[in-house]
Design a protein around this ligand. Structure first.
Ligand code: SF4
Length: 399
């Protein structure tokens, strides 16, 4: 029986040919990719490749958590095979010669008990701008990409049997889908901006949690937003250091992105946001003008919609979090992205955040989220800190 492939409405993609997607992330290769690609004498085809080391074997721990064995070596963060904004491998040997990750990019697939859910990665410029044809009109192509995905990830089988609405309250898959339907209908409605929609989604989930938990455990949704408190600021600053590292990636030898929240609180480390060469307090950034623009609002709304549709925000889809804390983590990273876009605009003395600041920020966030694996300790910490509806409201009040 053919498998069910679910395709998100309202999400488009077509390569814009800008070449931007070939920078800012490590291009990994499977053993087959490496054998095929490294067997070519690239120096004979393109003089600048002569004498250059183009490939690098991954560390042992990197091999343990992925199907990849090597990566393309880059001196400046841009893939060296990008020549005059075109992929040199593609132009000399065809699309199917490229590393499998480039052939799959930017399509993502999530297997669930009710079929496979397709989405696109927001590392792609075309995905951020929603350019090209609707995914719903590309079903045949997506099915071919899904077959490619299966070939690269033969053992991929996320376990959705232990999902929880909140800690200690398991959820059946069918019940989860009912909640997801509500979230997706709020996110795709024409009413309000992304902040209103995220607030309504949070309220909906908090109400569901309140129905199943004892009074003492109820996360309050009904109180209005107040100013950020000290803990909020530590949480935001810690996540900012993790997802927008000013000095490169901080993933450790186990492939984990560790959330060192308690360290920051106990030792009272700084709550400022660092971007290259600059430090800003959160309040300084909140005051910086952010465009009240439909195009920017659509990017963040689609970002949220795509992560919910793809189930990339909770359980095996992200960090082992429960639905409520996973959704609030999504709220947190979207609000962080809005602060980070302000920080990079401010650092270059711009009067207001531009679309390019938003593009760079969303691509960076998506790259980091894609490489994040929480330790059990980090999952537990994030779980506790982000279950509160009140905290989510305070984060949303950043604007
Ligand atoms: S191999 Fe080609 S498609 Fe892949 S990142 Fe490099 S230039 Fe881009």
């Amino acid at each position: 029986m053919p498998e069910t492939l679910h395709i998100p409405p309202g999400i488009n993609y077509e390569c814009t040919g800008c070449g931007t997607c070939c920078s800012g992330w490590a291009v990994h290769m499977t053993a087959e990719d490496h054998t095929r690609i490294a067997s070519v004498d690239w120096g004979a085809l393109h003089a600048p490749f002569k004498g250059k080391v183009l490939f690098k074997e991954l560390q042992k721990y990197e091999k343990m958590i992925s199907p990849y064995t090597h990566k393309i070596r880059s001196d400046d963060g841009t893939c060296p095979f990008l020549v005059n904004k075109l992929c040199f491998m593609h132009s000399t040997n065809g699309a199917e010669f490229k590393p499998s990750i480039c052939q799959l990019f930017p399509y993502c697939f999530t297997d669930t008990p009710t079929g496979t859910y397709a989405t696109v990665s927001f590392v792609s410029v075309g995905a951020v701008y929603n350019s090209g044809k609707a995914l719903a009109e590309q079903r045949d192509y997506l099915e071919k990409k899904l077959a490619d995905f299966r070939a690269v990830f033969p053992g991929y089988k996320p376990d959705w049997s232990k999902i929880q609405l909140t800690a200690g309250h398991p959820l059946t898959w069918d019940d989860y889908l009912k909640h997801e339907e509500v979230l997706l209908s709020i996110l795709s409605s024409d009413e309000g901006n992304v902040i209103d929609k995220l607030r309504r989604c949070s309220d909906y989930l908090v109400e569901r949690v309140n129905q199943v938990t004892a009074p003492a455990n109820k996360p309050a949704a009904d109180e209005g937003a107040m100013g950020l408190n000290k803990l909020d600021r530590h949480i935001l600053a810690n996540f900012h250091r993790m997802y927008f590292p000013a000095k490169g990636r901080k993933i450790n030898e186990k492939g984990l992105n560790t959330f060192k929240f308690w360290f920051g609180v106990i030792f009272n480390t700084s709550t400022v946001f660092e971007v290259p060469q600059q430090f800003y307090a959160i309040d300084q950034l909140r005051e910086f003008p952010f465009p009240n623009d439909k195009e920017v609002d659509d990017i963040f709304t689609r970002y949220a919609y795509s992560h919910v549709f793809g189930k990339k925000y909770f359980g095996p889809g992200f960090g082992g979090l429960t639905v409520i804390s996973g959704f609030h983590h999504l709220v947190t990273v979207i609000m962080l992205a809005r602060l980070h876009a302000r920080a990079i605009a401010k650092a270059r003395n711009a009067p207001i955040v531009s679309l390019l600041d938003v593009l760079a920020t969303v691509r960076m966030l998506e790259t980091q989220l894609g490489e994040t694996m929480f330790s059990q300790g980090s999952t537990n910490t994030v779980e506790v800190l982000l279950q509160s509806g009140k905290r989510a409201k305070r984060f949303l009040s950043i604007g």
